[in-house]
Ligand binder design. Structure first.
Ligand code: 13P
Length: 252
């Protein structure tokens, strides 16, 4: 049975880029082609969101990399869902492991951010994933379930239509050490099982679960074959126009 979940390839630029790089990457995506069965969303740093959205063809989605929980106010350094809507930005990545580890975002805060973003009408790529020490200690599912539960506890079943999960094992992020297709598939299957048991079978069947962590043009063809891998969240390779197009084209 083929899945009804549309394959999604996201490009998380993290804190990288310049006006020049935006021009190069937007040009490549505007001129490039890939299957209609693949949705693409790119997440440049917030200073470039407007430039990207106003030059990129409309079928390609644009995402912020983080937002605060409130619409406006005295939160120096933060950006809001209201600003994204003002810029016609329809996506946001929340709970990335770099936000969790470096900026000390708790499970609870991530859950609150996801709920607020969904209620504001945004589509959310909500990230989860274990560290190497957690995996070595046999705690992968415990950690991932705890992170997903903190999100699920603040969402209604209907809210899940706006949420995509990204499973990003921390040990695979930026390390070149990509999870094997089997390791990724096992984790994705566990996450889908958790959704079936704790939210609903419908939500488990329809929610897309992306894999992130050193995805490259070399690793994507095998990863995309796995039944519960519904796309990728690509970091470093999303900054290389030709490689990102190759990843988009690894799914037919
Ligand atoms: P890399 O692809 O650079 O490992 O980054 C993955 C990631 O964190 C995407 O959000």
């Amino acid at each position: 049975m083929t899945s009804s979940r549309k394959f999604l390839v996201g490009g998380n630029w993290k804190m990288n880029g310049s006006r020049q790089l935006v021009e190069t990457l937007v040009k490549a995506l505007n001129e490039g082609s890939w299957s209609n069965n693949v949705e693409c969303v790119i997440a440049p740093p917030s200073p470039y969101l407007h430039q990207v959205r106003s030059t990129l063809r409309s079928e390609v989605g644009v995402s912020a990399q983080n937002i605060w929980t409130e619409a406006k106010g005295a939160y120096t350094g933060e950006i809001s869902h209201e600003m994204l809507t003002d810029l016609s930005i329809k996506w946001v990545i929340l709970g990335h492991s770099e936000r969790r580890a470096i900026f000390k975002e708790s499970d609870e805060l991530v859950g609150k951010k996801v709920a607020n973003a969904v209620k504001a009408g945004l589509n959310v790529i909500a990230c989860c994933g274990e560290t190497e020490a957690e995996r070595d200690a046999g705690n992968t599912t415990e950690v991932v379930f705890r992170q997903i539960k903190a999100i699920a506890s603040q969402l209604s079943a209907a809210d899940w239509s706006k949420v995509v999960i990204a499973y990003e094992p921390v040990w695979a992020i930026g390390t070149g050490k990509v999870a094997t297709p089997q390791q990724a598939q096992d984790a994705h299957k566990e996450i889908r099982g958790w959704l079936a048991a704790n939210v609903s079978k419908e939500v488990a069947d329809s929610t897309r679960i992306l894999y992130g962590g050193s995805v490259s043009a070399k690793s994507s063809p095998d990863l995309q074959k796995e039944q519960d891998i519904d796309g990728f969240l690509v970091g470093g390779a999303s900054l290389k126009d030709q490689e990102f197009l190759q990843i988009l084209n690894s799914r037919l």
